[in-house]
Design a binder for this molecule. Structure first.
Ligand code: ME8
Length: 634
């Protein structure tokens, strides 16, 4: 027997995050849909996902939590696996970079590269962004900040090991000329070429002496492997590369598709292929860099806090609604907006109205007139033929789009077929045919055509919304749910369920709006409770001395003071403390002033800052510090 064709698809391995959001679900759901589809098409599929657990960030967070890094990440990984389960993500392997097999593989990889002279010792001096675990050169920084995330970077100089990327540049460019498919979509190739290849590749620092939570370098125990080298290797370590059992590696490598977000495209299409080239291994066939899900135009990300736990959506609307939205809404490769309202709109229009209604109406009519029993169409009219032709073309039309990785378009093709079936109901008017028993043969042919159409659409939708597709096959009472039966007429006889279940209830969009407005209010209050260190750092606090003070002319609770804040600067500040302290007692006091507060007019008098003070029923407490006037408080 001929061996099945293999298909190896991967997602990036995720940083352990206490806040997985729909952006994370995006890559994984796309990979899952592709894996399911290819499996159903008869491929021998291997679908890999996992977690990227080493690095400074995790070390810092674990320290803060008072636990070891492994203890810190374990529950987070369990939580991620739980999310994937709830989202019906059916991976073949979940790799963790803390798995002993992965660690052993990475060590063998770097040792091999070191032994063959592709890794050498040098000094690293550069700018490091801890959250992104990335080094940058001075010229790559944007306004002195990390070009990827816009956060602060640190200047680092340390002894380190380097990978000779430059040595492979020519060979890699030649390879690219022959294999343009490696970088998809096409537009990203230009970006990579112009920004990285054209200026010339620089050797890459692949070890760190300051990061302890990492894989130790075998040739220098004081160094750990740079997290990206560690992480990228997962795609082959998961298959047993350089282990005692490399059967999977032999079977599945090279990967058919690495699916990644656009911000990590560079790592996957330049660094990773060159590592593989240096190892003498074949390169992945395709790396696809997808766009971001955004909220209000900016990327959904854990650091921005603009997210909601995807499980809340799953609880309210079911996994298939979220999957359907992620797969259909965003033109593939581009960024796309996410909101609960948009998701519900999609659910209502596509899943409830077009699909759900069709299934419900057709099964109900089949029961009402024909006891739910339908046999294969006998007399095919021109109208039937037109619909049947469209249904028979469906499988090919979807496949073409799937192969181009255009999932939204492939869904559109199925939705168009479902819309055609809805129109066919209006054209054939089964409720009129049902009034006259003599016309039951025609009624059978019409309802059979629709039911068969529903089956074929469910077949195509199975990779996207698996639970719903299963429910449909069950309601239709058929086990012809594989691509072997993707021709119209494969089912000879249907006995559909008596009472169809509602597949998707319509969500009231007005009620949803009201619910979201209420949630936004609560969130606002909660946000007030907590600010980040960056927010706090924006406040400038300076030690000042009260040199003049008088009562406000029109407001008896207010004092108007002149405060010396050092460096020859005097500020006029209005404060509501006149009922607790007299101007005479206030003069001469050391105070802490918020010196970068926006100027304001208080009861007609200009105030250029704020004095920190608190009060209970009886006493006023003025915040002070025994420090030189003009000292900035950190
Ligand atoms: O980058 N929209 O991990 P990660 C779409 N550990 N995709 C998004 C997104 C959004 N708003 N936010 C995140 C890493 N993603 C590395 C990978 S692979 C060897 C190492 C996607 O947890 C992001 O683009 O930050 C990426 O593909 C994936 O989530 C993991 O991101």
């Amino acid at each position: 027997m001929e061996d099945k064709k293999t298909y190896y698809v991967t997602t990036p391995i995720y940083y352990p995050s206490e806040h997985f959001h729909v952006g994370h679900c995006y890559t994984t759901v796309i990979a899952d849909a592709l894996a399911r589809y290819k499996k159903a098409k008869g491929y021998d599929v291997y679908f890999l996902t996992g977690s990227d657990e080493h690095g400074q960030k995790i070390e810092d967070r674990a320290k803060k939590a008072g636990v070891s890094p492994k203890e810190y990440v374990d529950p987070i990984i369990a939580d991620a696996k739980d999310l994937w389960k709830e989202l019906d993500v059916d991976y073949d392997k979940f790799i963790r970079t803390t798995d002993p097999e992965h660690i052993a593989c990475v060590q063998k990889i770097i040792q091999k590269l070191y032994d063959q002279g592709d890794i050498y010792k040098g000094y690293y001096e550069g700018w490091y962004c801890t959250p992104c675990e990335s080094f940058w050169t001075e010229s790559q920084l944007v306004d002195g900040k990390c070009p990827d995330c816009g956060r602060e970077v640190k200047l680092m100089k340390e002894e380190a090991y380097f990978l000779r990327l430059s040595k492979y540049q020519k060979q890699f460019e030649e390879y690219l000329n022959e294999h343009r498919d490696l970088m998809q979509p096409e537009s990203r190739y230009n970006e990579m070429y112009n920004n990285f290849l054209k200026p010339g590749l620089k050797d890459l620092c692949v070890s760190r002496s300051s990061v302890k939570w990492g894989i130790p370098c075998t040739f220098d125990k004081d160094q750990t492997v740079y997290v990206w080298i560690d992480a990228l290797s997962n795609y082959i370590s998961a298959l047993g590369y350089l282990s005692d059992d490399d059967t999977l590696f032999k079977k599945y490598w090279p990967a058919d598709l690495h699916l990644v977000g656009k911000e990590i495209f560079r790592f996957h299409t330049i660094i990773w292929p060159i590592i593989l080239m240096a190892l003498g291994l074949p390169l992945p066939k395709k790396v696809y860099g997808h766009g971001w899900l955004t909220i209000g135009g900016s990327k959904i990300s854990k650091s921005k806090g603009n997210f909601k736990d995807p499980r809340e959506f799953i609880k309210d609307y079911g996994a298939d609604t979220l999957r359907y939205f992620l797969l259909s809404e965003v033109p593939f490769g581009s960024d796309g907006n996410f909101s609960e309202e948009l998701m519900v709109e999609r659910r209502n229009s596509d899943l409830a109205n077009i699909l759900g209604n069709l299934v419900n109406r057709t099964i109900t009519m089949s029961n009402k007139y024909l006891k739910g029993s339908l046999s294969r169409i006998k007399d095919i009219t021109d109208l039937d033929k037109e619909v049947i032709d469209q249904l028979n073309a469906l499988d090919h039309d979807v496949e073409v789009r799937m192969d181009a990785l255009d999932l939204p378009k492939s869904i559109e093709v199925v939705m168009n077929a479902l819309k055609r079936l809805n129109k066919y109901i209006d054209e054939t008017e089964p409720w009129i045919l049902g009034k006259d028993e003599a016309r039951y043969p025609r009624l059978n042919d019409v309802l059979y055509t629709i039911i068969e159409g529903i089956r074929l659409c469910a077949l195509e939708l199975k990779a996207y919304i698996p639970t719903t597709a299963e429910k449909i096959f069950e309601m239709l009472g058929t086990d012809k749910d594989t691509f072997a039966d993707s021709t119209f007429g494969s089912v000879e006889h249907y006995q559909v369920v008596e009472k169809p279940a509602i597949l998707f209830t319509r969500i009231d969009e007005e009620e949803l709006k009201a619910k979201l407005a209420k949630e936004a209010e609560v969130e606002k209050v909660e946000h007030l409770k907590e600010i980040s260190i960056d927010d706090f750092a924006k406040v400038e606090l300076t030690v000042g001395k009260v040199i003049e003070c008088k009562k406000h002319e029109d407001a008896k609770k207010l004092l108007v003071s002149k405060i010396d804040i050092g460096h020859g600067e005097i500020r006029q500040i209005v404060s509501g403390i006149a009922d607790k302290i007299s101007p005479e007692d206030f003069i001469g006091k050391k105070v802490i002033v918020v010196t970068n507060l926006k100027k304001a007019k208080i009861r007609g008098v200009e105030s250029e800052g704020m004095i920190l003070a608190g009060e209970d029923d009886k006493t006023l407490g003025i915040v002070s510090a025994d420090l030189e006037t003009g000292t900035i408080i950190h």
